[in-house]
Design a protein around this ligand. Structure first.
Ligand code: 13P
Length: 268
């Protein structure tokens, strides 16, 4: 039997962490935990996640309808996004949404986190795609995220922030931390002249380690659509659910980015 009060305290602790680490400003971000198929705890809307106490936490059903909420508290405005993750990923027990500075900057610039630059990020996350922009609180975000759920455990939300989910609250939070750390390193190494990427062979060896450890969750090492087609698994395409291609590389990414910018300048 889960001790709900303990879980509420844990949600408050993680709220403090995301706030104190600058992963959210003001009242931003939201957190949820699955108790069972019909009951979920979630943060309330419009409060700072850095200053919550267990009384703040709301309980909802699988459709996001309120089961219990103390006076003055309503479930997060993004509850539909959380519920879509639980619906489509039965292995997930917790969802964390935040606006970490560097990851969100990539989401705003429209650049997915696809360059394989360090072993930990490759093993823990693979690549992190960008789910197409949607208006917060509507079905647009759940619909945009849905496409990536079967292939990734973290996605950037275009012009908005990041979403991470896992089998426990701590693990979902750690994924968010890893996304932000990876984004920060990628940003800084780009300032220093561009990262020296790991080779395809080095990435494949890291994927092998992940498989050997039987790490849980979805990751390009296990589910890259290229691999399913018998082609080498890609790390760099950043869109496994869309136009997966094994030709992704720093150069081709750069050419694609420059082409996009030039075409935009020319109004094409
Ligand atoms: P809530 O306070 O409603 O959870 O919304 C915060 C947020 O970050 C929306 O994207």
């Amino acid at each position: 039997m889960v001790n709900e009060y303990e879980i509420k305290k844990e949600i408050c602790d993680i709220g403090k962490r995301i706030y104190n680490r600058g992963m959210v400003a003001s009242n931003d971000g939201n957190i949820s935990v699955k108790l069972n198929d019909h009951e979920f705890l979630c943060t309330p809307t419009g409060v700072s996640k850095g200053f919550m106490t267990p009384e703040y936490i709301c309980k909802v059903d699988e459709n996001g309808n309120v089961i219990q909420a103390n006076k003055g508290f309503k479930p997060s405005s993004e509850i539909k996004m959380h519920m879509r993750v639980y619906k489509e990923r039965p292995d997930v027990n917790s969802v964390v949404h935040a606006h970490p500075m560097y990851a969100t900057a990539f989401a705003i610039a429209g650049i997915p986190l696809t360059q394989p630059i360090m072993p930990e990020a490759v093993i823990a996350l693979g690549c992190v795609p960008i789910a197409e922009y949607g208006t917060p609180s509507t079905e647009e975000i759940p619909n945009a995220v849905s496409k990536y759920l079967q292939h990734f455990d973290a996605v950037l939300l275009e012009n908005h922030g990041a979403l991470a989910y896992s089998d426990s609250l701590l693990s979902a939070y750690h994924k968010m931390e890893s996304v932000e750390f990876y984004a920060q390193l990628l940003f800084l190494s780009r300032q220093l002249g561009g990262p020296k990427e790991l080779s395809k062979a080095q990435v494949e060896r890291l994927y092998e380690i992940r498989r050997k450890f039987g790490m849980k969750g979805k990751h390009p090492a296990d589910v890259c659509l290229n691999m399913k087609d018998g082609k080498p698994s890609c790390h760099s395409c950043g869109s496994c659910s869309g136009n997966c291609s094994s030709s992704g590389s720093a150069d081709s990414d750069l050419v694609a980015e420059i082409t996009k910018k030039v075409m935009k300048e020319l109004g094409l």
